[in-house]
Design a binder for this molecule. Structure first.
Ligand SMILES: C[S@@+](CC[C@H](N)C(=O)[O-])C[C@H]1O[C@@H](n2cnc3c(N)ncnc32)[C@H](O)[C@@H]1O
Length: 372
């Protein structure tokens, strides 16, 4: 049977499990999100009200504008190189990059120097990005891989990209730590499974190894691999990368693997390929991987603090003054992005920079992780 003969991703996964045995959570997540025939991101635009979820740049232009100001500031800190890569992995509808370019291009010389690289797995979203960013078409290239970025200084922005990179789940059993995965039961229903294999205790941080039976911890070699590539590039060619996502500044025990469909939580095994699958980001592991590869890491700061320090409230005041009829809405959007009980605390902003760069705004020198 060829791949195209499957009617659904569930069928394809069932067939694969029947032949090879249970899949790891990592393999399952990767298939669900980016399978070339049925992957969630490959087959749709999931953003916005009619979709499954909404992201910060889609909530308000203010988000991208203050990040645009951050990019312009970093370019100045880098000595205004005459050519640099402005990179965005996972650019969604192109809204963030559009707001960033609109703002940063106000700084003379920025637009001429910027070569924009978008790293996007979704052909559907690539079409949206081309249309949204039409005005900047001459400056933009699409790439599949980080490894193909040119050898030049880089400023990177990544909002809600790393949470979409697959995780592994390790679960404590009576005899040690095992890979958690997905199998099928006698009725052909997808079900949680434990994979056979050696004890995975060496992969578990020492402080968590003695946790009780059934405890789950999450690790992500894929995210750490991306952090290492960024750290290495910045070490060799200079620059700074801003990573914003939801998560923690430590490896937390617990299961954060989640599915979201039509703006509600769903069962991750119910309808593979038709719900967004994510897991909270462990910033501390990414920071370690980036530092080990030669990058210097700042933060993470809570998103609310980060945006406030970059001046999102004065920007909101300006937009309100120019649009008094939209005052209430703008105030609501500002609160959604910055309030602790909304996106302000769970979402965090971390910067990886080249080692010779002074502290990137808004991080004071004392917040460099290597000086802890
Ligand atoms: C949650 S959306 C965030 C979109 C955008 N950054 C925003 O804030 O609106 C995740 C983005 O990452 C892309 N993506 C997911 N996995 C990817 C991968 N492995 N490689 C490249 N892009 C990926 C998706 O297609 C989408 O553009």
């Amino acid at each position: 049977m060829t791949e195209n003969q499957f009617e659904t991703l569930k069928d394809k996964i069932r067939q694969r499990i029947s032949g090879e045995g249970s899949l790891s959570v990592e393999a399952y997540m990767e298939l669900c999100l980016t399978d070339p025939d049925f992957g969630y991101y490959v087959t749709r635009d999931p953003l916005g009200k009619p979709g499954d979820f909404i992201t910060a740049p889609e909530i308000s232009q203010m988000f991208g504008e203050v990040i645009g100001a951050w990019c312009a500031h970093m370019w100045v800190e880098l000595g205004q190189p005459s050519e640099f890569a402005l990179v965005e992995p996972g650019p969604g509808r192109g809204t963030l990059m559009n707001d960033v370019l609109r703002t940063a291009n106000l700084l003379p010389g920025f637009q001429e120097a910027a070569r924009v690289f978008l790293i996007e797995a979704s052909p559907v979203l690539q079409v949206q990005q081309k249309s949204r960013l039409e005005a900047f078409a001459d400056h933009i290239e699409w790439r599949d891989e980080f490894s193909t970025l040119p050898a030049m200084p880089m400023i990177m922005i990544a909002n809600e990209f790393v949470d979409a990179l697959p995780i592994r789940q390790l679960q404590r059993s009576a005899t040690g730590w095992a890979e958690r995965g997905v199998g099928i039961d006698d009725d052909g229903k997808l079900t949680w499974a434990t994979l056979d294999g050696p004890d995975l205790e060496p992969l578990v941080p020492p402080s968590l190894r003695k946790l009780g039976e059934n405890t789950i911890i999450e690790i992500s070699p894929q995210r750490n691999g991306v952090a290492a590539m960024i750290g290495q590039h910045l070490n060799q060619h200079a620059g700074a990368a801003l990573i914003i996502d939801y998560g923690y500044d430590s490896v937390m025990p617990g299961n954060s693997f989640q599915a979201v469909k039509s703006h509600e939580f769903a069962d991750p095994l119910e309808d593979p390929g038709n719900a967004d699958l994510t897991a909270h980001v462990d910033f501390s592991s990414m920071a370690k991987a980036a530092s080990a590869a030669g990058g210097k890491v700042w933060g993470p700061l809570p998103q609310g603090t980060f945006l406030q320090e970059l001046g999102i409230t004065p920007r909101a005041d300006q937009i309100m003054a120019a649009n008094p009829d939209r005052k209430e809405r703008i105030g609501r959007d500002l609160a959604r992005l910055t309030a602790s009980d909304q996106m302000g605390m769970l979402f965090k902003a971390m910067v990886i920079a080249s080692p010779n760069l002074p502290s990137p705004a808004p991080f004071p020198p004392a917040e460099n992780r290597d000086s802890e």
